[in-house]
Design a protein around this ligand. Structure first.
Ligand SMILES: [Zn+2]
Length: 269
């Protein structure tokens, strides 16, 4: 008989950059929409003190502290206080758990560039560079990241993984929140589905207690862009399903600071 309880628990966090909450639905994002019935899916209003840029928003999400704690106010992370407020991957790594960081395209999350990395420590660190400045290259980087991460999830199955997809945000910046943006979100949703399928493919899946969290950092204006307090920009979202999360129940995350405690709590630490 397998041992049960916290020691077997696993968590996968998928960060999809810049996906508007009002874009989510059964047509464009059926996989993410499914979390609403398998677990919860709900809006997350970015707190007033956090600029609606990726740097501060992701920092709040992965550390569980606000700007006053982590000190990140822009996409250049220089001057951060992450040593005092480490990200959840680092916390799990330091606790001796096998972890994965898989990042598409945006260096300061994973590399020592622009004041990074946001994630200080991980057992395995994968960064897929964007080969050129183009939407096609971003799409390819996201796809390669999903493929790489899916292989690791199906194989080693780290106790905590963070996988970052960045193409949707870039499409929003270049083309606005129209048809191409929806198509990019559809592609990201399909990649989320591939990561979930990799988890489900594990022979020991049923006994591993997987919690899956999908989260965005901020939204976009109709014409593209963010940084202000417009509702379509300042309304992010989070979804999760797993042991202890009531299917179709109330959202357990309504603020960005609540993601990290949920993740670390789900690990059973
Ligand atoms: Zn952006």
């Amino acid at each position: 008989m397998l041992p049960s309880g916290p020691t077997l628990r696993h968590v996968l966090v998928i960060g999809v950059d810049g996906v508007r909450f009002d874009l989510l639905g059964p047509e464009v994002t059926p996989v993410i929409w499914g979390f609403g019935s398998a677990g919860f899916l709900g809006p997350v209003v970015i707190d007033e003190a956090t600029p609606t840029w990726s740097g501060p928003c992701w920092a709040t999400i992965v550390t569980g502290t606000e700007v006053a704690g982590h000190g990140i106010t822009a996409n250049n992370l220089t001057g951060h206080r992450l040593a005092d407020h480490p990200d959840f991957v680092t916390v799990a790594t330091r606790a001796g758990l096998p972890t994965l960081l898989a990042v598409s395209g945006w260096p300061p999350l994973a590399l020592a560039e622009d004041g990074g990395p946001l994630f200080a420590e991980a057992s395995r660190r994968e960064f897929v560079a964007v080969s050129e400045v183009s939407l096609a290259a971003w799409d390819a980087a996201d796809d390669a990241t999903a493929t790489l991460a899916a292989g690791i999830l199906a194989g080693d199955g780290p106790r905590l993984s963070f996988v970052y997809l960045g193409a949707v945000d870039i499409v929003g910046h270049v083309l606005g929140a129209g048809a191409a943006y929806r198509e990019a979100a559809r592609a990201a949703d399909e990649r989320v589905g591939r990561l979930l399928a990799a988890v489900r493919s594990r022979p020991g899946h049923a006994g591993e207690g997987w919690t899956v969290v999908v989260v965005t950092d901020h939204g976009h204006l109709d014409q593209g862009g963010h940084g202000g307090r417009e509702p379509e920009v300042a309304t992010a979202w989070a979804a999760a399903a797993g042991p202890g999360i009531e299917p179709g129940g109330p959202p357990l995350v309504t603020r960005q600071t609540q993601v990290a405690p949920l993740v670390l709590g789900a690990l059973g630490r």
